[in-house]
Write a protein that binds this ligand. Sequence first.
Ligand code: PMP
Length: 410
Amino acid sequence: MNHTESPTTSPWRLAARAAAMNPSAIREILKVTERPGILNFAGGLPSPETFPVEAMRAACATVLGEGSAIAKPALQYAASEGLPELRQWVAGEMAKQGATVSPDQVLITTGSQQGLDLVAKVLIDAGSPLLVETPTYLGALQAFTPMQPQVISVASDDEGVLPEALAAQLESGAEPPRFMYLLPNFQNPTGRTMPEARREAVLAVCRASAGGGLPIIEDNPYGELWFDQPPPAPLLARWPEGVIYLGSFSKILAPGLRLGYVIAPPALYPKLLQAKQAADLHTPGFNQRVVIEVLKGGFLDRHVPTIRALYKAQRDAMMAALGQHMAGLDVAWTQPQGGMFVWLRLPEGLNAQALLPKAVDAGMAFVPGTPFYAHQPDARTLRLSFVTSTAAQIDQGMAALARVIRAAAS
Ligand code: PMP
């Protein structure tokens, strides 16, 4: 064969886990929404207005400043567990939420998305059953899928997973699931929160499950972004030995830092650490040092309330706009008490994916709900982010969406 000819066969053979990977359905969808001038409610990004540029600049100057004793350590390789000050800070924050955590249980990760990946590697074998909410965070499905689990979607309502559906699933399944993945606060994508009573009821089912209980992966990147009152205590505080907890700095500082953490029971920690070492040795020490500087003096106690106030005003604008423009249409939506998202259900007979190009033509974009379901998607659902638009844009965007729905429903 001469070298200009294209080969008829490829020398590469994909692993089964690579074949199981999918392009992010959202990224594909977002391509449609990237037209200039579109009012974009599709993204999952925090508002850049909340990024603490000044505090970050000052912290960078401290870390790298002339005579700084930490300038060179910040540029050196660092411990895989994460820097002690940051692990200590995480343990202190968890204590405020009623969870007793030793800094030794904290693993600093490259975003909480890496926490999901490490958990998947450590806990899932090909064919292992695991349970998720209906719907659930798409990025978790993406992290779990390459390990080829059998993902089982448990029926859920506006308060999260249904305890009786969970109990029935546990009774019917032949093999005990490796874990249940739960998002108790201001869930992505629905915005819903598990109330106190539901947390207790779900935990009771998990703890009573055969073989020492059904372990829980608790993912909580939005918990600090509450509007009127903090959410109930985390599941970790209630069942420390049965919960792996994932936290993140993405929504309270900035996602570009790629800083998150896993809190694991001591028995599991070494395996997660080994997976972390294999993945990236450690999370950037420079970013950790900068954030340690930012956190000094209680910065977040002043900063996070400004994010809550901004997002609450945008939530209010979204609720008002939906109430006004969807009047008379058979449309339902969630009432988020925190976080970034509203979940909307279209009138019977409509399909969110089919509606999207029409919405984009009308000047607005959303994310269809289908990719957030592990099974049997409700094609009438869609997700709207309210945090990257002004009140005026929210009003205009929901008016456009209502027009498109009305046209499609008639
Ligand atoms: N979990 C959930 C529920 C999320 O919404 C996100 C971000 N979209 C993540 C985890 C990952 O966040 P990060 O890696 O930025 O911490």
